[in-house]
Write a protein that binds this ligand. Structure first.
Ligand code: SAH
Length: 240
């Protein structure tokens, strides 16, 4: 008998499958998971910039992952987002945001839109966010989601981020979320005087996250931590 009830439940649940998405079923669960993520993964590792913490508390990370991974959205790791790409680990998003020391009136460029999550975090802090994604399907999906979430301060472009986005330069901050083997020259040029760029650089699976600051036209480099990002690819599919 129990089995029949279970089967009936499954039939009903699957019939309403589209309207019973995890986020509708129990939003309070995600609120709790997000708060736990902030405390145990982010604050506990030394992130203390109030703007970064506030943005990470606000953006609903589970909206940016495929529905089958929603239950893992607040875990301490990257997750697949399709097209062999990943959404970064929450701590890395927080760390990269914090080191840029962003202010409200600043203009920031992101290379590697992916799911759009990092762009949303930036848009909670800065008035002007520009983000470039080379994989068309990902860029379009992120653009739609960010519009649905009513972010009017994010501009998404499909293209090769190695070249930057010259017409909107100079940028007060640049954040690169895919890894080239060297620092792209156009990005150095498009960084404003006094501006900061955070970028993973190095070979596949052996990269260093570095913070670059432009002072008197010179780039000053500071290593942060070893990281593992997907490679930055050109339009020909080759690694930079
Ligand atoms: N910031 C993203 C995660 C990025 S994963 C998020 O919050 O979800 C890295 C992304 O960089 C991938 O989507 C990949 O397609 C993209 N990418 C790789 N090379 C690129 C390039 N040359 N220009 C722009 N995007 C690139």
């Amino acid at each position: 008998m129990r089995r029949i009830y279970f089967l009936l439940y499954m039939i009903v649940a699957s019939a309403f499958g589209t309207s019973c998405k995890a986020e509708d079923a129990d939003p309070s669960r995600f609120v709790k998971q997000r708060e736990a993520m902030i405390r145990t993964q982010i604050e506990s590792r030394g992130i203390n910039d109030p703007a970064t913490l506030q943005a990470m508390r606000k953006v609903e990370r589970h909206r940016f992952v495929p529905s089958k991974y929603q239950n893992q959205a607040y875990e301490d790791r990257p997750l697949p987002i399709g097209e062999d790409q990943t959404i970064s680990q929450p701590y890395i998003v927080a760390l990269m945001t914090q080191v840029l020391d962003l202010k409200e009136n600043e203009k920031v460029l992101e290379i590697g839109t992916g799911s759009g999550y990092q762009a949303a975090v930036l848009a909670e802090i800065c008035n002007y966010v520009y983000t470039i994604e080379i994989v068309e399907t990902l860029g379009q999906r992120a653009q739609k989601l960010l519009a649905d979430l009513e972010y009017t301060n994010i501009n998404v472009k499909i293209g090769d981020g190695y070249k930057g986005w010259e017409e909107h330069s100079p940028f007060d901050a640049i954040i690169v979320t895919c890894a080239p083997t060297h620092i792209p020259e156009p990005l150095k040029k498009q960084l404003a005087e006094g501006g900061k760029m955070v970028i993973p650089v190095g070979k596949t699976f052996a990269q260093e996250l570095v913070l670059l600051t432009k002072q008197n036209g010179e780039i000053i480099r500071k290593a942060i931590i070893p990281v593992r990002f997907v490679p930055m690819l050109g339009e020909n599919g080759k690694k930079y």
